[in-house]
Design a protein around this ligand. Structure first.
Ligand code: HEC
Ligand code: HEC
Ligand code: HEC
Length: 352
């Protein structure tokens, strides 16, 4: 792949994360490394996030209205899904042409436009337009996105077949032939190696997306989103870009193994819908009070400070990055602290 130096230096994994939600902490986005003028602008963007996230308009699969988001109708808080095929454009346009199209497309809206009155029935023209990203993102950030689009994004037509029902957006869709020609045996091996420490051997340990899904259930019903999250990470959680170096055929294998709903069930029958609630204060005393106080519990003179108010994502990040907390990692064979316990501890530290 040719392209200028800026393109060659760009990082497609960060690009995939910028594509999903450019202001996520994983992307390194801050006010000072953006093209925004002030904090108020950033806050307005985040509050109206779906008018600014590439995924909302182009879909996780970049197929817009022909993809997994074909059924995603606009609301007062999110615009229409775009009627362009960004996957095709990523293939055919040069890096420079993609860069130019993202930086300032032909038909864009400024970030300072007020979108409060957006209404999908009678006031949608402005909100449906692509934002003027030259006002938000730096050139380096845009090059990362270009790299993602041209090199790192997965070709979802090689992962499953999509069937669109009816003719007008929004319309229903279904997914068939999961994994296409992938090898379920190789996929199971990959799952054991890369996923089961957190999700359990059958994908049911963590309750995903507000408790609605297991890994198997999620991949079978939302393969268009799963393929991106598996490769680029679940932003805001401890699940990083687990398969960032994997090939398309590895992900075909993984998806092929998910056809088996006996091995990777939709629910966990032996636990049922409501597992025993975890006592956050008890979990804090067991796992944290050796080093911290918090929520009015723990030592009066803690070695490493008081952590009242710490969020689950901060705690998970600290567990991943702070050497003194590494023993708490959930993928540690000793399973020192589970993700559910971290959630309960965060709720306790928030005073809930
Ligand atoms: C609010 C909806 C919306 C958002 C958000 C959005 N787009 Fe678009 N995009 C569109 C629409 C509609 C078109 C087609 C019409 C046009 O060219 O403006 C388009 C066109 C494009 C094009 C072709 C532009 C050209 O003129 O050649 C590219 C490339 C693109 N989008 C990439 C992105 C990327 C990358 C992001 C996120 C950084 C993004 N878009 C965010 C709606 C959106
Ligand atoms: C370090 C732990 C960890 C690893 C390793 C991991 N995950 Fe996750 N995964 C999580 C967490 C935490 C969530 C978010 C749970 C939540 O809050 O909904 C998640 C979410 C997901 C989701 C749902 C995404 C959504 O939008 O809700 C899927 C699907 C998923 N993981 C699949 C996988 C697969 C497949 C692998 C292996 C390739 C994997 N995960 C590896 C921890 C992990
Ligand atoms: C063996 C000691 C140890 C244990 C046990 C421990 N931590 Fe920590 N923690 C640390 C150290 C060291 C730091 C970094 C402190 C610093 O840089 O000032 C830290 C930092 C933190 C921070 C970041 C504080 C900040 O202001 O940025 C949070 C939040 C946190 N820990 C929460 C927890 C929670 C919750 C638990 C229990 C699940 C826990 N820690 C268990 C040693 C520990």
């Amino acid at each position: 792949m040719s392209g200028g130096l800026a393109y060659q230096m760009a990082d497609g994994t960060t690009g995939g994360q910028l594509y999903a939600m450019f202001w996520a902490s994983e992307t390194g986005f801050t006010l000072s490394n953006s093209n925004l003028d002030n904090q108020a602008q950033l806050e307005t963007i985040v509050a109206k996030g779906d008018f600014f996230r590439c995924v909302q308009c182009h879909g996780w699969d970049r197929l817009g209205r022909q993809g997994g988001y074909s059924n995603r109708a606009p609301t007062s808080a999110r615009p229409r899904v775009a009627d362009v095929d960004l996957a095709k454009m990523s293939e055919t346009l040069s890096p420079q042409a993609l860069f130019d199209g993202i930086k300032r497309g032909a038909n864009y809206r400024s970030v300072i436009e007020n979108l409060d009155a957006y209404n999908p029935d009678n006031n949608f023209v402005l909100g449906d337009k692509m934002p003027n990203y030259s006002e938000i993102l730096t050139d380096a950030q845009i090059w990362n996105i270009v790299k993602f689009l041209k090199e790192d994004a997965l070709d979802t037509t090689a992962l499953y077949d999509i069937v669109l029902l009816g003719s007008e957006y929004p319309r229903s869709r279904g997914f068939l032939n999961m994994g296409i020609d992938g090898s379920p045996v190789a996929g199971e091996r990959l799952y054991e190696e890369k996923c089961s420490a957190c999700h359990g051997p059958d994908g049911t340990t963590l309750r995903l997306d507000d408790g609605l899904y297991t890994v198997g259930g999620y991949i079978r019903s939302k393969p268009y989103e799963a393929q991106h999250i598996i490769k680029f990470g679940h932003l805001g959680s401890i699940m990083g870009p687990v398969l960032k170096d994997s090939s398309l055929s590895d992900i075909q294998d993984l998806f092929a193994t998910m056809r088996d709903a006996n091995k990777f069930p939709d629910t966990k029958p032996d636990i049922g819908p409501d597992p025993e609630p975890i006592d956050g204060a008890m979990a804090f005393l067991r796992h944290c009070s050796g080093c911290h106080s918090g929520g009015g519990e723990g030592p009066s003179n803690p070695r490493y400070g008081d952590v009242t108010g710490a969020s689950a994502s901060l705690i998970n990040t600290m567990i991943q990055t702070e050497p003194n907390m590494r023993h708490l990692k959930p993928d540690d064979p000793a399973q020192a602290v589970s993700l559910a316990e971290v959630d309960a501890i965060a709720a306790f530290l928030a005073g809930n």
